[in-house]
Design a protein around this ligand. Structure first.
Ligand code: SF4
Ligand code: FE
Length: 509
């Protein structure tokens, strides 16, 4: 059986199987300037592994929601590895993402791989049609391999980018975008770096993809390939998170969410080999923008994950209000309503994008791009306002509270229990725990996922505004206005194509 050097040759089924599958890998990983030989038991890394493990356990508890029968192996596998073949599949992805956000209160890291599989499925099909290549067949074989073992796939897209004004081939240092550094008959070698790579170390394979549209002179940058995470020549440098060292202090209170966290790292490729069978694009620069756009379309609607995380934060804010004895105060209720309204707006636009999905030529279904961009654009703003309201309801104690060690101290512990008491029947430690959770999600480790990743992940706000601008069909809308205003319409006011496009997007599914 092919294992590609991975520690586990067995199909991964449970969360525990998954955690064990990550053990004993030879990975070059640095954290705090030190090499980490075993990441699984590292207290700073483990919460991120637990979040991915939860995706496996959810698939066992709720198979309809979080798993599918693989069309390639006939066995039950994670929904994160599935290529959507109808609208229901797209919608189920969003429902699963909301649920996992609720269960973990953080980023569970698997959507990049899922969205990359879906985007690549249709793009490789269309490259083969145009260029008579065999990328689609190769991709299907690779997807089958991942289904056989039920692997986690990480998507590696974001290059470090250097001078933002210049295309890849004009950068002073050619390595600022990942590119082919050497070719042999058996495959290619790549060099460069990918930044902010969500869950990369918790994956079994990485899918390396270009990050931007490419011109003809960027040919050596138009490379898509799959690489086992532990491949020789890769160095990982772990990203710090706000308050991350609290997980090294022992205890479970000050961390806010002791069980779950996200993960980002920088990946540096130094002449890393990709064999031909795992190459899914090589030099087809004109398809790079199609890949980036399809991937971001899937991924921007995947940000409904934040509505699940938002559910937890709303619950935490409501709990604080209850502990403080004011759950029914009208302004508190109103703030909770506002938080819910914002949170459901994120979910509504994401899931609407999925419901408006349609078939690509490959048979894979893709979501509506306009609504996906609107969803992600909401996500760049609304979690910030929800967080502000949560901190408003929490009060200043969320940032001034003493530590768990003080609470358990033989002399001052009793004083804290007395003076941090809120409602008579509420345990002081419970009050501290819910405040620490709010701190964790709005200022601490999980604010990385809930706030700043919401801002920049899957493209910063301007990237969505560009896509929204491209698709806003102003000529068509001007025509609507002019008709009602009684202004004579000249044919050039609206192209037939634009009108047809509008109707196709809005009224057909
Ligand atoms: Fe998935 Fe959300 Fe994390 Fe992205 S931020 S990987 S969409 S959970
Ligand atoms: Fe992300």
């Amino acid at each position: 059986m092919q294992t590609n050097g991975l520690a586990s040759a067995k199909k991964i089924v449970t969360g525990e199987d998954y955690v064990n599958s990550l053990r004993n890998r030879e990975i070059t990983l640095y954290l705090f300037g030190e090499k980490i030989s075993e990441l699984v038991d590292h207290p700073m890394i483990r919460p991120s592994i637990n979040a991915v493990a939860e995706t496996y356990d959810l698939a066992l508890r709720e198979p309809e929601l979080a798993s599918v029968i693989s069309p390639f192996t006939g066995e039950r596998i994670s929904r994160f590895l599935h290529v959507c073949t109808d609208v229901k599949d797209l919608v189920h992805q969003n429902k699963m993402q909301r649920k996992l956000g609720q269960l973990t209160g953080t980023c569970f890291q698997r959507c990049v791989g899922m969205d990359a599989f879906n985007a690549l499925y249709s793009v490789t099909y269309e490259i083969d049609e145009a260029r008579d290549t065999s990328y689609h067949k190769r991709l299907k074989s690779f997807i089958t391999l991942t289904h056989r073992y039920n692997y986690v796939i990480g998507g590696a897209m974001t290059d470090v980018k250097g001078d933002r004004r210049l295309p890849p081939h004009q950068q002073a240092d050619p390595d600022l975008y990942v590119h082919i550094s050497k070719r042999t008959d058996d495959g290619v070698y790549i060099t460069g770096a990918k930044a902010h790579q969500t869950g990369c170390l918790n994956s079994h394979w990485l899918l390396v993809m270009p990050t931007t549209r490419l011109g003809i002179e960027d040919k050596e940058y138009a490379i898509v390939g799959a690489i086992p995470v532990e491949t020789k020549g890769i160095t990982y440098i772990y990203g710090r998170q706000s308050c991350d060292t609290r997980s090294m202090e022992g205890g479970t209170l000050d961390v806010g969410n002791a069980q779950f966290g996200g993960q980002e790292a920088m990946i540096i490729f130094d002449n890393v080999f990709i064999p031909n069978e795992y190459i899914f694009m090589d030099g087809e620069t004109e398809f790079a923008s199609m890949l980036v756009e399809r991937f971001t379309s899937y991924h921007r609607r995947s940000y409904v994950c934040k509505s699940g995380v938002g559910d937890v934060l709303i619950g935490a804010a409501a709990t604080v209000a209850e502990y403080n004895g004011v759950p029914r105060a009208s302004h508190i209720k109103d703030k909770l309503v506002e938080m819910t309204h914002l949170n459901e707006t994120v979910y509504a636009t994401g899931i609407a994008s999925s419901y408006q999905g349609f078939a690509t030529r490959s048979g894979a279904f893709i979501c509506d791009d306009m609504l996906a961009n609107v969803c992600k654009h909401h996500v760049t703003k609304m979690p910030y306002e929800i967080s502000r309201l949560a901190q408003d309801l929490a009060g200043g104690l969320v940032v001034t509270m003493p530590s768990e060690k003080d609470l358990n101290h033989p002399e001052i512990g009793a004083l804290l229990k007395k003076y941090l008491k809120a409602k008579e029947d509420v345990n002081t430690e419970d009050r501290m725990r819910i405040l620490r959770l709010i701190e964790n999600m709005t200022l601490g480790r999980n604010a990385v996922g809930y706030l700043t990743e919401s801002l920049h992940g899957a493209g910063s706000p301007q990237a969505q505004r560009i896509q929204i601008g491209r698709q806003m069909q102003l000529e068509y809308k001007k025509r609507l206005a002019k008709i009602l205003a009684g202004i004579d319409i000249e044919e050039k006011d609206s192209t037939a194509e634009e009108v047809a496009g509008y109707f196709a997007r809005v009224f057909e599914m």
